[in-house]
Design a protein around this ligand. Structure first.
Ligand SMILES: Nc1ncnc2c1ncn2[C@@H]1O[C@H](COP(=O)(O)OP(=O)(O)OP(=O)(O)O)[C@@H](O)[C@H]1O
Length: 412
């Protein structure tokens, strides 16, 4: 960078006491002219600096825009086959096309090894080296060999438990009944309702009671930023399920991949569509899959694309609402049964007060009451602790930061 020239010298005024009036006046005039000259020079300098600054701001804006474009651009996935002196040979996923390509400037050949998964742009240049593929799988899926939740742990939704058992447990345990009667068991069960009402618990409990493994995949994890990744994860999910039969696949937040089509045509939307199509095609080829049952859940039933609700797909819809007062009473029982609760706590009255609470809200209330006792260095939880917990949760809710899902208006 060039150094800026030094500032003009500050004019110096030398007035001799012996000077005549005329000499003094002339000296002052000269001084004034020099001052005006310096001022002009400084003005010019300032203007030049301003112009430079504007240029730099422009450049920063352009770089930011390029950076944003790079961040949002979709990449393709490929595997490195060979690193040669002439470039890198990669094989693109999906079409298996082999290409000799180069690296983005921030990467070096030493970073790459055959077998690495990489993201490439439209002109095949390698942009990023991706984490190990198993990481993406592990992040997206939770596999539980034998969940411990049982039907008894779920309160206030007995009717829903019965329906899920009928739709999921029966076909796993008595497939011949369906054959004899001559009907197909429901393909997929969709649980819908507000957050924290026990949908995940219900899916886990069925897996437990039928001695099935439980594989959970979050819809939001399926929305990947790389083209083809979501669809691949769906394929992986069903492949993994086939290795683990009997198994319950649970897809939470299904709305993330199965929302009504929007008009927008961004590459992200296209990727979500591809993921959903893969899911549908896996479900359509489901008949002979044996002991795999699939349950999905959503808080946004209104957003779902009808394509996923057609017969042979998620064709059994079960609404899981917030509990009524009796349900809340039962959930209070469940979540306090291992707690050291003082005699005489009026849970009936408490259940009345917890209007609009979800199961998850009731569970946090019980924990919070226990925390009040601990803060007070007591080992017994009293009625006052439950009321303090209730007040605290209400306050948190009012401040809008709270965990209480119960008071938010969810559309479903
Ligand atoms: N009906 C219920 N009976 C007992 N406990 C419940 C019930 N509903 C929720 N809970 C408690 O809340 C926790 C969260 O519930 P769960 O994850 O099953 O809700 P969900 O409906 O799947 O929520 P989300 O839609 O947010 O995923 C459970 O681990 C449990 O402690």
């Amino acid at each position: 960078m060039s150094r800026s020239p030094s500032l003009p010298e500050r004019p110096h005024l030398d007035l001799d006491p012996d000077m005549s009036e005329a000499e003094r006046l002339s000296a002052l005039r000269q001084h004034f002219e020099r001052m005006v000259e310096v001022n002009r020079e400084l003005d010019e300098r300032l203007q030049a600096v301003d112009e430079k600054r504007a240029e730099l701001v422009d450049e920063v804006e352009q770089i930011k825009a390029r950076n944003d474009a790079l961040k949002t651009a979709s990449y393709y996935i490929a595997t490195v086959e060979e690193v040669t002196d002439d470039g890198v040979v990669i094989k693109q996923h999906g079409n298996n096309q082999e290409v000799l390509t180069d690296l983005a400037p921030n990467l070096t050949y030493e970073d790459l090894e055959p077998g690495d998964r990489v993201a490439i742009n439209d002109s095949f240049a390698i942009q990023t080296i991706l984490d190990d593929e198993t990481d993406a799988r592990a992040q997206a899926m939770e596999v539980v060999d034998s969940p411990t939740v049982c039907y008894d742990d779920i309160g206030g939704i007995d009717e829903q438990v019965r329906e899920v058992r009928e739709a999921v447990e029966q076909p796993l345990e008595n497939p011949e009944m369906f054959e004899k009667v001559g009907i197909d068991p429901p393909s997929g069960v969709l649980l819908y309702g507000p957050p924290g009402t026990g949908k995940t618990m219900l899916a886990k409990a069925v897996a437990n009671e039928t001695n099935a493994s439980f594989i959970k995949m979050a819809g939001s994890e399926l929305v990947q930023k790389f083209i083809g990744e979501g669809a691949r994860l769906v394929r992986d999910l069903f492949k993994l399920a086939a290795e683990r039969e009997p198994v319950i696949i649970f897809i939470d937040e299904i709305d993330a991949v199965a929302s009504k089509r929007t008009d927008s045509k961004t590459s992200g939307d296209a990727e979500v569509q591809r993921t959903m199509m893969q899911l549908l095609s896996e479900m359509d080829g489901f008949d002979d899959r044996g002991e795999i049952r699939i349950i999905a859940a959503t808080n946004r039933f209104d957003m779902l694309d009808e394509a996923i609700l057609r017969p042979g797909r998620f064709d059994r819809l079960i609404e899981v609402p917030k509990p009524d007062v009796e349900g809340r009473r039962r959930i209070l029982d469940i979540h306090t049964r291992d707690m050291n609760v003082a005699d005489g706590v009026d849970f009936d009255a408490l259940a009345e007060e917890l209007d609009d609470y979800s199961g998850a809200d009731v569970a946090s209330l019980a924990t919070e009451a226990g925390m009040f006792a601990i803060r007070d260095e007591r080992t017994e939880v009293t009625e006052a602790d439950f009321h303090a917990a209730h007040e605290k949760l209400e306050e948190v809710e009012e401040s809008g930061t709270g965990p209480i899902s119960g008071f938010t208006d969810y559309q479903y």
